[in-house]
Design a protein around this ligand. Structure first.
Ligand code: FEO
Ligand code: CA
Ligand code: CA
Ligand code: CA
Length: 582
């Protein structure tokens, strides 16, 4: 009864203050509990290596444990709100923290361990006497890593640009990594999104135009995988990067299932993937690309969802149309189709076929005149109003020398604070026209700089990233102020990263949870009764300037248990057992 009674009754807790403490804070009347921290065994029968605080786990042990850097998460009910699966992303690794001596030495074993700490975890959890237990062993427990075999589906599967020496058919890929936001489908599967994949590849001194457009660099982001795994040497395997940057569909209820990369949804630094249904039952997948001046996409399936779960809809995301968004000055906008042979998307412009359009979706979107956004992150849908919301986390390059100027949808130069845009597609979710407005410009009224004050109806915040609208219609906003910018400049008075609750109807925004030092708050899901919230805390203690030093993060954080700082899932409940947020 709780949920229907409380539905759309807004937010009813007292805001918490800004915090710089190395702890999780929540409003009075709430409790927290930490589960599933990095290194805890996931619960594979016969392989449950216990956490050790010295960084001494082997690669094989890490492959049976929670990965690093928790991100997108979803609760799949097995027994209502009492027992379920938590499926979550492990975005990337801090190799200083991952290994006993950090990156002082480098080896094939360390690369294998880093790859095993990436990907996705599936764990079983159950509620007992008001506390959530991680059920171990569980027949559902699973780790998917940067080496797990996967299939390619959709128009780019088997494409010449997807073929490698190890996979001459271009249909079988190893692994997923930099899994950031996530999504779920109405047929019960989990979508994990490959965000900053290009940073794992070692590129040539002078990459070609395609490599440059996707940010391929000689040293990547410093993961050094190519030194012991030649697949990541793009000078030798130039097509391998094309096989990443996709949305991957996973059936969490079948631990033996093969994850499938859905190429029809386009290649991008996908932040997340959020699914709506049209009135006639077709799936619409919204996805932003978190990179400066990149785009917002939506995919509309050709076919309607069939009853029968994952098996019955095994190819639903392989057929349909991909669109990219253009936001116009008069508050209207267009969804521009990425359809081979239409407009500029021709062989003469370098697109041999639909597969190439999808592999080169950035290049295609640029030719179509899509709007260059301020780093689109998560997307959330208010099913009651049909409004779609997207966080634009920040873009300090906006308006800088030789960079795109402000535009109506991205209205602030040196956008340190970020904003949330919203739109409603004409007619139905598959509409090709839209009307848009800004839900909020983030900021802090204590700032002197006009563009950093924002227009929040409530508590100050900056850099919105995670976004989710719960079953009552409450919007949860999670922030990702980068560690290098936190506590300084326009972010000086905002403390640690937080999660806020917003009422889409009134625009009221209140601070609900503050994370420990140096963390990002990212990924949130609830039980169907709304009484338990699972919130992910990523990279507590992050120290970007000292990434290879195993001691550095512990100077900033000892969360959650006094040892090495560890990403983990925080369980939030009301002391009186009521619906969270009311
Ligand atoms: Fe992985 Fe856009 O945050
Ligand atoms: Ca994110
Ligand atoms: Ca972010
Ligand atoms: Ca992150």
């Amino acid at each position: 009864a709780g949920l229907s009674e409380a539905r759309r009754s807004g937010i009813g807790f007292a805001s918490i203050p800004v915090s710089t403490a190395d702890t999780v804070s929540v409003p009075a009347g709430y409790t927290t509990q930490v589960i599933a921290a990095w290194g805890e065994p996931v619960g594979l029968a016969g392989a449950m290596p216990a956490w050790r605080d010295d960084g001494g786990h082997s690669a094989a042990e890490q492959a049976a444990q929670m990965g690093m850097h928790h991100d997108g998460i979803h609760y799949f009910a097995l027994d209502g709100s009492q027992r379920g699966l938590l499926v979550m992303n492990h975005e990337y690794t801090d190799d200083g923290l991952l290994h006993a001596d950090g990156m002082k030495t480098w080896s094939a074993e360390k690369v294998a361990k880093a790859q095993a700490a990436h990907g996705v975890a599936v764990i079983e959890v159950q509620l007992q006497d008001g506390r959530w237990q991680h059920v171990r062993p569980s027949r559902h427990a699973r780790r998917i890593t940067a080496s797990t075999p996967m299939q390619l589906g959709g128009p780019a599967a088997g494409h010449a640009l997807m073929k490698t020496a190890a996979d001459p058919d271009g249909r079988r890929v190893l692994g997923t990594f930099n899994n950031c936001g996530s999504g779920i489908t109405p047929w019960g599967t989990y979508l994990t999104c490959e965000e900053n994949f290009i940073g794992y590849f070692h590129g040539p001194e002078r990459p070609d135009a395609h490599g440059r457009r996707w940010g391929l660099k000689k040293d990547g982001s410093g993961y050094r995988w190519h030194e012991h795994d030649e697949r990541f040497d793009a000078t030798r395997h130039p097509n391998e990067p094309n096989r990443h940057g996709w949305v991957v569909e996973i059936d969490p209820l079948d631990p033996a299932s093969t994850p499938i990369k859905r190429t029809a949804l386009g290649r991008a630094a996908h932040e997340g993937a959020t699914v709506a249904l049209t009135k006639d039952g077709r799936a619409v997948v919204y996805s932003g690309e978190d990179a400066r001046f990149e785009y917002i996409y939506k995919f509309v399936s050709r076919d309607a969802v069939k009853p029968g779960g994952a098996k019955a809809n095994a190819e639903l995301l392989d057929h349909g149309t991909l669109y990219v968004a253009r936001f116009d000055a008069d508050g209207s906008g267009r969804w521009l189709p990425l359809r081979h042979g239409e407009g500029p998307l021709t062989a003469a412009n370098g697109f041999a076929d639909q597969g190439e359009v999808l592999i080169k979706s950035r290049q295609a979107s640029g030719l179509l005149g899509a709007t260059k956004m301020d780093r689109p992150e998560w997307i959330a849908i208010d099913t009651a109003s049909r409004d779609v919301y997207c966080t634009l986390t920040n873009n300090t390059n906006r308006g800088a020398d030789k960079q795109p100027a402000i535009d109506p949808a991205n209205p602030r130069s040196d956008n340190t604070m970020g904003h949330i845009i919203r739109w409603r597609d004409d007619g139905d979710f598959d509409g090709t026209g839209l009307r848009w407005s800004h839900f909020v410009l983030a900021g802090d009224t204590q700032n002197a700089r006009a563009d950093a004050k924002g227009n929040i109806n409530g508590d100050a915040f900056g850099c919105p990233d995670g976004l989710w609208i719960d079953g009552r219609g409450v919007m949860w906003i999670q922030t990702d102020m980068s560690t290098s910018a936190m506590g300084k400049g326009d972010l000086a008075k905002l403390g640690n990263n937080v999660m806020l609750a917003a009422d889409p109807a009134t625009g009221a925004i209140r601070r609900f949870l503050s994370g420990p030092s140096g963390c990002e708050v990212t990924g949130v899901t609830a039980t169907p009764d709304g009484k338990t919230l699972f919130v992910n805390i990523q990279h507590p203690g992050e120290s970007p300037s000292e990434r290879s030093d195993p001691a550095a993060p512990t100077k900033f954080s000892r969360w959650p248990d006094g040892g090495r700082p560890r990403s983990a899932t925080v369980v939030v409940r009301r002391v009186d057992g009521g619906v969270v947020g009311t």
